[in-house]
Design a protein around this ligand. Sequence first.
Ligand code: BT5
Length: 324
Amino acid sequence: MKECLILDLLRHNKVTYVSGEEISKKLKVSRSAIWKEIQSLRRLGYEIEAQPHRGYRLAGIPDKLFADELSADLGTRFIGKEIVSYDELDSTNDTAFSLGENGSKEGTIVFTEFQKKGRGRLGRSWESPKGKNLILSVLLRPRMLPQDISKLTLACAVSVIKAVKKMTGKTLGIKWPNDIYYENKKVGGILTEMSAESDRINFIVVGIGINLNSEQSQLPPGSISLKEITGSFVNRVLFGQELLRELETDYLRLKNNQFEELVKDWETYSVTSGHRVIATLFGRKIEGQAIGIDKEGALWIRQDNGFQERIVAGDVEHLWSKKV
Ligand code: BT5
């Protein structure tokens, strides 16, 4: 499509103008055809300056999760080599799951502006207003055992924290196992699902939701967005790209048996370790002090009677006022 080629030319010359003559020569199209394409790019939300005798300059990109925009200058090896982006979906995890079943490659990413049936864990829902936040799923095909899937969620939580730090300078916290928090408010969550045999994973879908620019009134109680935390608008494309880069780095660390290193990072960002918590394990409530996670990613809790419990999965409630 010529409009994409024009966009590529403008992207690579962000500071200077590209003359109509140069575009016309490079793409072998007439000046009037270029003007038409520029107009349709503007309709998509691209800000393109046009100056007589100088040409065109890309002055701003739309706040839309276009696959082309997310792919441009991404620089990853396999995460995001294939990106699909939808205006609206039931759930990115469902779409990525179907792609997985149909043989899509490891690293394929599904983005959307809005989910009609966004899911959390244990039948809970994920709410996110249209066009404000980041909603994505990553398709992975790791050679790991089904019981090791929680390691992947931990690795992805570390990636989210690093991406937020790079983009905003803020260090958020991880609430075991998969929640991203700022103080006692939730900023993001991760939902990992898999297709597996008893001893083998076919593929994994990691779904990530992060509140970037939504307002308080658009989110469930107890949530907050990065814009509310920092006071600044977050560019969703740049944030999405940074997240994909971090995900690739941490996924490779996991694949290269560097899980202990990841656990160290996780502990650095943990807001669970040291807190008084109540864990729910098969309907049983366990209250005590969270001591930390072990090399499998399981959470250890010391109860008041001194007895220690290992929590491999489930939910942990923080008694926020009682950090011990
Ligand atoms: C999670 O579940 O935190 C995992 C959320 C994963 C969402 C992503 S978005 C892309 C992909 N596609 C999907 O369909 N899902 C994934 P859980 O720990 O169960 O937390 C769910 C709870 O978080 C809800 O019951 C609400 O209380 C709260 N919640 C819902 N929307 C929220 C939001 N935007 N921000 C903060 N908290 C929210």
